[in-house]
Write a protein that binds this ligand. Structure first.
Ligand code: ADP
Ligand code: MG
Length: 682
C-alpha cells in the first residue's frame, strides 16, 4: 500500500508526461499526493427538481427527456448558440450552450438525461445555461456530492476526478492502517482506505465528514510525530556557533534606531546564532514592522563570523528591493552583496557563481534561482527565506541544503494566529516583531460601494495633484484568470481616461519579469502615478510616496491579504488611505468591512479572517509556488489539531522511536514525513 501511494502520477491511467506536469503545479507528483488533494469544497448535486418548480437563478439538477436535437444558430461572428428542448412530467425547458459544437451529437431524441446548471427563468420559460449532462445511471458529475478541487490551467475538474477514480480503482486493499487501532478508537477515526475513498466519492455528507476528519487528523498526527523525532535528533545535531556576538556596528549604518520589538527579536536570534544547535526560527511581523533590518543584522553577524548568508525572496521585484536596501546599508561596512534572479544574464551569473563559491560574496539575495543546483557556497552559515508562505516546503529545504546545517530563519508577514503557529510550527521557535516603527500613521480605511466611485476619484485626484501616487489592486484567481485580467485591463484604460493628466500603468503576473521590473521601477521613480495591478505587488514592495491603496472587488480578498495590501501604503510618513470597493452585502460583508476599517492589528485580523472565511483560503489565492493544501486545511479545525497533537505526544511517550511491532507502518510513514519535511524548517 505505501509503495502504491508513492507511484509516480505519470504512470496512472490517462495521465502521461504532459498532464503529470500540470499535476506537479498542484503539488501532486505521486498517487499519494493526488489522493491527498483535498477538495476545496463539496457541491451537492443530488437535488433534482421538476422543471416547473424551478426558480430563476437556482443551480439545480433536472431529469428530462430530449425532445429534439440541439438547434444551431449563429448569432454573430465566433458565437454560435445551441438550444435543445427537453421535458419532464411537469413541463418543458431549453438547454443552452455557447460555442459548444460537441453537444450537437451528444444526445438522442427520446432518451432521458440528467442536467445540472443554473436556471434562467423569464416570461414563463425555463432555460439552463451551459448545463452539465449525463445519463441517469452514470452518477459522475450529477446526482451525487461532487468534490470541487483546486485546479490549474489545463486541468479540469473532470480530469482530476477521473484520475483520482483511476487511482482508487487500482488501490490495493491493505489491512494495515498506520494509525493504530487504539488511537482510531479513542478519537473516533475512520480507517484510512475508507477515508481516501469517501473524501473523493462520498456516499453522503456524513461519510465525507468522517473521511475529512480522519485525513486531517492523520496529517497532523504524522507531522507531530515527525516533529518529536526531529527534536530528538536535533539535540545531537552539530551546527555552527557564530563567533560574532555584537551587531552594534551594523546599527551605525542604519538611518533609524531599531524598535524595541526589533531589538528583542534580534536578541533571540543572536542567542541562537551563537549556539551550536542550528537555529530554526520563524519571525512573524506585521507588514512594515521592519523584518528586513533584523535579517540584515543577523546576516551581518554571519559574515563577521566568517560565513556567508543568503536571503531568498518570492519575487524578482522584492529581491531587487532587498538587494538595494542591503547594498546601501552594507556598503560602508565592507560587506559584499550580490543578487541572483531568473533574469540575471548568463555572463553575470557565471561570475556570481564563481565568486560565491570562492567566498568573495558575503551576502547573496535572490529568488528561486538561488536553489538551482549550480549554486554553491563557500561556507553558508545563515539561510533566510522572506515571505516564507510563498515557498513550497521543498524549496526552503533546498536552500538550507546549500550549507551544512546552517542556521535557518524564515520570515513572514502573514500573521498566523499565535495559537495556531505554536501548534503548526511545533518545531520552530517563533519571534514576533509586534511593533511598528515610530511615526507610522494609521492608514485610514474606507469600505465603499460602486456608487461612491466618482467621489472616490475626486478624492484621489486631490492626492495625485499633491504629488502622491496610488495603487489600484484587482483580484485575479486562476480559475477565472482570463476574465480577471481583462477586467484589470479595462479598469486601467478607464482610469487613464478619468485621469488624463496623470500616467496610469498596468502590471500583472502574466508579464515578463523584465516588463514588470520596468513598470515597478517607473512607479518607484514617480513616473507612473497610478499603478493598476493584479495582486503581484502584494508582497513586500516599498514605495514611500504611494499613499492610496484602492482595492477592487474587495470581497474576493481575504482580510489578511487586504491588510497586507494596505501595508504597501503609508510608509513615508504621509497620511495614507485605503479604499475597499465592494458591492457585497450581508452579514459577513458588514463584519469584514467593520474589521478592516477599525483594526490595524494584523494578528487580530488574521484571527478574524480564520473565523469568517475558514482556513481553506487562509493564505489567499495563490500566486507563486506550490501551496500546501493540507497545511492550510489543517488550520480549519483547531480542536482536531489539538487532539492529534495530544495523541501523538502520548504515543511517543510510550514508544519514543515507534519500535514496537504494531507501530511498524507508522514508523515508516513518519520516517517519510521527516524526509519530506526536512523541510519545513531545516
Ligand atoms: P517588513 O517587516 O514588512 O518586511 P520592512 O523591513 O520592509 O518591513 O520595513 C518597512 C520600512 O520601515 C522600510 O522602509 C524600513 O526601512 C523601515 N524601518 C524598519 N525599521 C525601522 C525603524 N526601527 N525605524 C524606522 N523605520 C524603520
Ligand atoms: Mg518584508
Amino acid at each position: 500500500m505505501e509503495s502504491y501511494l508513492k507511484k509516480d502520477i505519470r504512470f496512472v491511467k490517462g495521465v502521461g508526461e504532459k498532464r503529470a506536469q500540470l499535476f506537479e503545479k498542484l503539488g501532486v507528483s505521486s498517487v499519494g499526493d493526488l489522493l491527498g488533494l483535498f477538495p476545496r469544497r463539496m457541491e451537492d448535486r443530488r437535488i433534482m427538481k421538476p422543471i416547473t418548480s424551478l426558480a430563476d437563478g437556482e443551480t439545480v439538477g433536472v431529469t428530462a427527456v430530449v425532445c429534439a436535437m440541439p438547434a444551431e444558430k449563429r448569432i454573430r461572428k465566433n458565437m454560435t448558440v445551441y438550444t435543445m428542448a427537453v421535458r419532464d412530467g411537469s413541463g418543458v425547458m431549453h438547454m443552452v450552450w455557447y460555442n459548444t459544437t460537441y453537444v450537437k451529437t451528444a444526445f438522442r431524441v427520446g432518451e432521458t438525461y440528467c442536467f445540472y446548471g443554473q436556471v434562467k427563468r423569464g416570461y414563463g420559460k425555463w432555460e439552463m445555461l451551459s448545463p452539465l449532462y449525463e445519463k441517469p445511471d452514470e452518477k459522475k458529475a450529477i446526482g451525487r456530492l461532487v468534490p470541487i478541487y483546486p485546479l490549474t490551467e489545463g486541468l479540469s475538474q473532470k480530469i482530476v476526478s477521473q484520475t483520482i477514480k483511476a487511482c482508487l480503482e487500482e488501490m490495493p486493499d491493505t489491512v494495515v492502517d498506520p494509525i493504530p487501532k487504539s488511537v482510531r478508537e479513542a478519537y473516533g477515526l475512520a480507517e484510512r482506505n475508507y477515508a481516501l475513498r469517501q473524501i473523493h466519492f462520498p456516499d453522503d455528507e456524513w461519510c465525507y465528514e468522517a473521511a475529512r476528519k480522519r485525513l486531517l487528523f492523520q496529517e497532523f498526527f504524522y507531522l507531530r510525530l515527525a516533529v518529536g523525532f526531529r527534536r530528538h535528533g536535533l539535540s545531537q545535531e552539530k551546527g555552527l556557533a557564530f563567533s560574532c556576538r555584537d551587531p552594534r556596528p551594523f546599527f551605525e549604518v542604519l538611518p533609524f534606531a531599531m524598535t524595541n520589538a526589533q531589538m528583542r527579536v534580534l536578541r533571540e536570534i543572536a542567542k541562537d546564532l551563537t549556539d551550536k544547535r542550528p537555529m530554526a526560527r520563524l519571525v512573524q511581523g506585521d507588514v512594515g514592522s521592519g523584518k528586513t533590518a533584523v535579517a540584515a543584522a543577523a546576516m551581518y553577524m554571519a559574515v563577521k563570523s566568517g560565513y556567508q548568508a543568503v536571503l531568498m525572496a518570492p519575487t524578482e521585484i522584492l529581491a531587487k528591493q532587498h538587494y538595494e536596501t542591503l547594498s546601501g546599508w552594507y556598503a560602508s561596512l565592507g560587506l559584499t552583496v550580490s543578487i541572483l534572479t531568473g533574469s540575471t544574464t548568463a555572463a553575470k551569473k557565471r561570475k556570481i557563481l564563481e565568486e560565491l563559491k570562492d567566498g568573495k560574496i558575503d551576502v547573496i539575495v535572490g529568488t528561486h534561482a538561488l536553489i538551482e543546483e549550480n549554486v554553491v557556497f563557500h561556507a553558508l552559515g545563515l539561510a533566510i527565506t522572506d515571505e516564507q508562505h510563498r515557498f513550497g516546503v521543498k524549496q526552503r529545504a533546498r536552500l538550507a541544503e546549500k550549507g551544512s546545517a546552517p542556521h535557518v530563519l524564515v520570515m513572514t508577514a502573514t500573521p498566523i494566529p499565535r495559537t495556531l503557529s505554536l501548534t503548526l510550527y511545533g518545531d520552530l521557535d517563533v519571534s514576533v516583531t509586534d511593533e511598528l516603527p515610530p511615526g507610522r500613521k494609521k492608514v485610514d480605511t474606507y469600505a465603499v460601494t460602486e456608487s461612491m466611485r466618482q467621489r472616490i476619484y475626486r478624492f484621489l485626484r486631490q492626492g495625485l495633484e499633491q504629488g502622491f501616487q496610488a495603487y489600484v489592486v484587482c483580484p485575479l484567481v486562476e480559475e477565472s484568470e482570463a476574465l480577471d485580467l481583462k477586467a484589470a485591463t479595462i479598469l486601467s484604460a478607464q482610469m487613464q481616461e478619468t485621469f488624463p493628466d496623470f500616467s496610469v500603468s498596468l502590471i500583472h503576473g502574466k508579464m515578463k519579469a523584465k516588463e514588470k521590473e520596468a513598470v515597478m521601477a517607473a512607479f518607484a521613480a514617480g513616473d507612473i502615478h497610478i499603478l493598476v495591478s493584479t495582486t503581484v505587488i502584494e508582497v513586500g514592495v516599498n514605495v514611500p510616496n504611494a499613499c492610496y491603496m484602492i482595492v477592487e472587488n474587495a470581497e474576493r480578498f481575504g482580510l489578511s491579504q487586504l491588510h497586507q495590501l494596505r501595508g504597501r501604503v503609508g510608509r513615508g510618513g504621509d497620511k495614507a488611505y485605503c479604499i475597499l470597493f465592494s458591492d457585497a452585502t450581508g452579514k459577513t460583508a458588514e463584519e469584514r468591512a467593520k474589521i478592516m476599517t477599525q483594526s490595524n492589528d494584523g494578528f487580530y485580523i488574521a484571527e478574524k479572517d480564520l473565523e469568517l472565511r475558514g482556513p481553506g483560503e487562509y493564505f489567499g489565492t495563490r500566486q507563486h509556488g506550490v501551496p500546501s493544501y493540507q497545511m492550510t486545511e489543517l488550520l480549519s479545525d483547531v480542536k482536531l489539531l489539538k487532539q492529534a497533537a495530544d495523541a501523538a505526544d502520548a504515543y511517543l511517550e510510550e514508544d519514543p522511536l515507534l519500535e514496537k511491532e504494531q507501530n511498524r507502518a507508522l514508523q515508516q510513514v513518519v520516517a517519510e514525513k521527516i524526509e519530506e519535511n526536512k523541510t519545513t524548517m531545516n
